[in-house]
Every structure is written in structure tokens, then in C-alpha cells.
Design a protein around this ligand. Structure first.
Ligand code: SAH
Length: 568
């Protein structure tokens, strides 16, 4: 049995334009084979355990040939029997996406596949610029055309630069006579490099030189830009305004509606890419706010939590039977869940603790019935709510939602012989243990610094404008992860990042920008910090810093907006 390949359209850039079906598959994918135009935010939605394969095409060269991509898809389908192979492509897979070629290859190799259409840039990018592709009384049809089809029928490379071709456009096999007569809206994909030629040919064939035209660059992303022109000024406008790929060209009367309907506001953080180093769960709030302000956010948590792997199979029973209460139990195995019978009260102090506990419980083949008859305590409302998701109602929650409050509450309620199990992370403080001498702690999860970043994330981080830090440990971890790539020798890096790190001394553990011999512009120099301690840690590592007035995310977001307002 082979795996199934899903040809998924990622949409034009805005991660919100990925379909629900696409997201569902990415979340369970075993392998994700993705293209260059796919947004980092969408890559961030993929199953964190998935093998990520970048077959992205760079402007100047094919990173991976189409025939090689086809071969890879078949290979992964064989390597992952019953698995999910996501082939993630920009826009829609069947609109100039070569999805058809890939599907044919899968059919001939006997690999099952499914197509998940995406929102094509051809329609959505104009929509984000306020240009409807059809409009009553103006355009009754629209035509999507490749600006890069060779005379022999092969598609030229989408983003190949004009400089590469001595005479851009000469190979185009378009029927300019027919196109010039066509009254509908003309939408050219991949055509910027050839647009001067295309515009001239259309005029020679009788199309009105005054036909309005818009170039929309990086549509639907925080970097979106619309440049207006007419057919006769197309070439000079591209050169003057330096219109670069990816861009679409839209021609026809509908373009003028863009003046009135351009709805995408110029948000204060538009065009900024910010790295948020908070743990994934805490990051979503700030990510949503920065994104709403127009920024592209790369979530790069610097810590990760991991369930504690069973150390020995008999830790709990042995300890309990001897009547001891060690302050730490490092593991539990399937059989040990029986040991829960030795406790009257289970205490949770974080949502991580709840999730980790139940994950391990279920994995060991048990269910919530092992908790029958037990009292459950939670430190606060969020943990309480998380427990409710598992069908568990809390018996005890302190009013002040602190460990101390919980300890005092339990101490006041309990009779001496109550046996208490604290289900906590390795970094939990000893407040509860001290207040409740009869309690035993089971470390259900550990918090560890993130040791590596996937390649796509490294590339996204390197190109960012700034990093957001909320703690000194985030600064330290960030710098040490980044530096780990400099000291590895055989670095797994590519492009500018390798350049940036290439010259660093393998001895140095201090991210001192002065000692960098390659351009620091390859890497964000600016850090937005919460709190003075974080600020000084970031400075020590050579960042320029902007620090919030108060130690809240609100205050920091305000500061980020002010910073960029001043800059412009
Ligand atoms: N399958 C894709 C098109 C792939 S061809 C789709 O349905 O959208 C690549 C071309 O798409 C680029 O050269 C550019 O013309 C266009 N394109 C893709 N994303 C774009 C974006 N965000 N903004 C402007 N043009 C884009």
C-alpha cells in the first residue's frame, strides 16, 4: 500500500486564504513538499513532525527540476505506506501550477491522489487591490494568461529574470491578434519580465494604448503593492517602479475601479516581518495583534515542552508502597497509572500539565475512569477550563489563582491523611510542595530550550525586520540556536544565512555584531523587548533595542507601532 498524495493549493500568500481542507491535511501530513511562494505562516501550520521538503524555485534557477519533483512525490508515496504526502503549491495547483503534470505522473505510478483547489492569485490578488475581474457594463469575461509560455509549448520558468534573456518575450507563443481583440479583462501571470514586449505586441495588434493596467506585486501579503499604468506606459513603469516578481498584470476597464475600491488599508506594520519568540501557546495573542496591524509574524518559540518519558516502570508503586513522598517522580509507565489509586487529590497547575497527563494516560490505554472518585484541584481558571475539555470538573480552585492560594486552600480543607499528587512541569516552583508536606510531585512534562529550527524557519528569521523578546531566556536561547548553526562547521544552511554565519569564530558564543564580517543586514538587528532585564540581555548580544514602558504585551505592541511610525 502506498501513501496518498494531496495536491494542495496554498492560496496567494495571505495564510487566511488557505482552505479548511488544505489545513486539515497539512496538520496530519507525514511529508510536505512545498514551493517558494508558500507563506511561512502556512508552513507553520504543518504537522511539526512532518518531513519538510523545499522544492522552491528561486528567481534565477530551478532549485529542483519538475521531473525530480514528480519523482520525489512517487518516492514519498512508496516510503510512507498509508501516509499523507502534501504537495503544497502557490495559488491553485491547476492554474499554471504544473499540478496536472504531477497528477499524471502519480497516475502512471499507481499512486492515489486528491486535489485540494486553492485560491488562485489570478483572481484574489486583484480582489485585494480592489479590482473585480468582471464588472457589469465593463467586462463580461476575464482571461488568465501565462506571460511566459515558450513557442515550443513549454512554460518558461515563472520568475526567471529579464536579464537572463537577451530578448525577453521573443519566445512567447501567445496569440496576440486574438488577445488584442478580446474585450474582457486580461490577467497575466508570470509576465512582468516580458510585459514590455507583450504590451507592444498588443498595441501593434490594435489594442488601445490607453487601456488601463495594474501591476500587483506580492498580492495579499503584508508587502502588497499596486502600480497603475496604461498599455503604452507599461514597460517604462515596470522599470521606473522596479516591479518585481511575484506580480500579476491586469488589463482592462475594471482596473480603474481599483482607485475607488482599494480596501486593503495601509496598516501601520505593513511590510514588516517580525519574529515572535514566545512559546507557541502564549504567542497566538500577540501574533494575532501584530498580524491585524499588517505585519507578517514568524512564530519561533524558544522553548518546547515534552512529555517525560518513563524512566523506570515501577517508580510510583515502589515509592508509594514504602509510604514515602519524594519531591520528584521522573516517570510513569502504562502499568503505573494503577498507582493513581494511591492518591485522593490530583492537582494541576498548568494546561501543559493537563494535556501531558491525559496524553500519557490515553497512550497507556487508560481513560478518565481511573480518576473516578478523586478530587481535582486547579491553580486557576485556564487550567480549570482545560480540564473541562477532558470532562473533568474541578473541586478546588483558589480565588487568587496562585500556587500559594491553592496551597493554602488545600491545606485548610484537607485532613492529614489525604494523599495529594501534583502533576507539574520540571520548572514548577516548590510553593505547593512546601505548603503541602504530604504531597508527591510527578513531573509530567519538561520545558526545554528549542535546539534547532527547521530550514524554512531559519530562512524566514534571517529575512525578518525585528525579533520580539519577552524574557531573557528567550534572548539567550534565540542567540544560542542561531549560533549553533555557526559552530556546526558543515552547516545545514543555505543562501544569505550561510553567508551571514560563514565567518564567525567557532569559539565565540557571543552574538557580537561588530565581529561579523558579512552583512548584518542578513539578520534582524532590532529587538522589541518586554522589561529591562530582557532589554539588557538583547543588548549584550548586539541588538538595538526598543523596550515597552510597561511589562505587558499591550504596551509592547504600542511601542512597536510607534517605532515604525517614527521611522516612516
Ligand atoms: N498556481 C498559481 C500560479 C503559479 S505561477 C496561482 O494559481 O496563483 C506564478 C505566478 O503567479 C507569479 O509569477 C505571479 O504572476 C502569480 N502570483 C502568485 N502569487 C502572487 C502574489 N501573491 N502576488 C502577485 N502575483 C502572484
Amino acid at each position: 500500500m502506498k501513501g496518498t498524495v494531496y495536491l494542495i493549493g496554498a492560496g496567494p500568500g495571505d495564510p487566511g486564504l488557505l482552505t479548511l481542507r488544505g489545513k486539515e491535511i497539512l496538520e496530519k501530513a507525514d511529508v510536505v513538499v512545498y514551493d517558494r511562494l508558500v507563506s511561512p505562516a502556512i508552513l507553520g501550520m504543518c504537522n511539526p513532525k512532518a518531513k519538510m521538503v523545499d522544492v522552491g524555485k528561486m528567481p534565477t534557477h530551478h532549485k529542483v527540476k519538475q521531473s525530480e519533483i514528480n519523482r520525489l512525490l512517487v518516492q514519498f508515496a512508496c516510503e510512507f505506506p498509508g501516509g499523507v504526502i502534501a504537495r503544497l503549491k502557490g495559488g491553485d495547483p491547476f492554474v499554471f501550477g504544473r499540478g496536472g503534470e504531477e497528477a499524471l505522473e502519480l497516475v502512471s505510478a499507481g499512486v492515489e491522489f486528491e486535489v485540494v483547489p486553492g485560491i488562485t492569485s489570478a483572481i484574489s490578488v486583484p480582489a485585494y487591490a480592489g479590482i473585480p475581474v468582471s464588472h457589469r457594463g465593463i467586462a463580461t469575461s476575464f482571461h488568465i494568461i501565462t506571460g511566459h509560455e515558450k513557442a515550443d509549448g513549454r512554460t518558461c520558468h515563472p520568475e526567471r529574470s529579464e536579464a537572463e534573456s537577451k530578448d525577453p518575450g521573443q519566445n512567447l507563443s501567445l496569440d496576440f491578434e486574438t488577445l488584442a481583440k478580446c474585450p474582457g479583462t486580461l490577467i497575466f501571470l508570470m509576465g512582468v519580465a516580458n510585459m514590455d514586449f507583450i504590451a507592444r505586441r498588443l498595441m501593434e495588434c490594435g489594442k488601445d494604448p490607453k487601456t488601463p493596467l495594474a501591476f500587483i506585486e506580492k498580492g495579499t501579503t503584508p508587502y502588497q503593492r499596486t502600480v497603475m499604468a496604461t498599455l503604452e506606459t507599461a514597460g517604462e513603469t515596470i522599470a521606473r517602479e522596479n516591479v518585481t516578481a511575484p506580480a500579476i498584470t491586469i488589463m482592462g476597464g475594471v482596473v480603474e475601479l481599483g482607485q475607488t475600491l482599494a480596501w486593503k488599508k495601509n496598516l501601520p506594520l505593513a511590510g514588516k516581518r517580525l519574529v515572535v519568540t514566545r512559546a507557541a501557546k502564549q504567542a497566538s495573542g500577540i501574533t494575532a495583534r501584530l498580524t491585524a496591524l499588517g505585519a507578517e509574524v514568524i512564530e519561533t518559540p524558544m522553548i518546547e515542552t515534552r512529555d517525560v518519558i518513563p524512566a523506570t516502570s515501577s517508580v510510583i508503586p515502589a515509592v508509594i508502597l514504602e509510604g514515602q513522598s519524594p519531591d520528584r517522580i521522573t516517570g510513569i509507565s502504562s502499568a503505573d497509572f494503577n498507582a493513581l489509586a494511591n492518591f485522593d487529590i490530583l492537582v494541576f497547575t498548568s494546561t501543559n500539565g493537563v494535556e501531558s497527563f491525559f496524553r500519557q494516560l490515553f497512550a497507556a490505554g487508560y481513560d478518565v475512569r481511573v480518576l473516578a472518585g478523586k478530587k481535582i484541584a486547579s491553580v486557576g481558571k485556564i487550567t480549570e477550563k482545560k480540564l473541562l475539555e477532558y470532562g473533568i470538573r474541578c473541586d478546588y480552585v483558589p480565588e487568587d489563582h496562585t500556587g500559594e492560594g491553592l496551597g493554602r486552600l488545600l491545606a485548610s480543607l484537607l485532613v492529614d491523611h489525604s494523599r495529594i499528587l501534583l502533576l507539574q512541569g520540571n520548572l514548577a516552583d516548590d510553593t505547593l510542595l512546601k505548603l503541602l508536606p504530604q504531597a508527591t510531585r510527578w513531573v509530567v512534562y519538561e520545558t526545554l530550550p528549542v535546539a534547532e529550527l527547521p530550514e524554512w524557519k531559519r530562512e524566514a528569521v534571517v529575512g525578518a525586520d525585528a525579533v520580539v523578546f519577552a524574557s531573557t531566556s528567550a534572548v539567550e536561547n534565540f542567540c544560542s540556536v542561531i549560533l549553533s548553526y555557526t559552530t556546526l562547521g558543515a552547516s545545514p544552511l543555505s543562501g544569505s544565512y550561510a553567508l551571514w554565519v560563514g565567518e564567525r569564530s567557532s569559539e565565540s558564543k557571543d552574538l557580537n555584531r561588530e565581529s561579523l564580517t558579512t552583512p548584518a543586514s542578513c539578520f534582524p538587528r532590532l529587538a522589541f523587548c518586554i522589561g529591562r532585564m530582557t532589554e539588557s540581555a538583547a543588548r549584550k548580544h548586539g541588538f538595538e533595542t526598543v523596550t515597552s514602558d510597561e511589562t505587558t504585551m499591550d504596551s509592547l505592541v504600542k511601542k512597536i507601532v510607534e517605532h515604525y511610525k517614527k521611522e516612516s
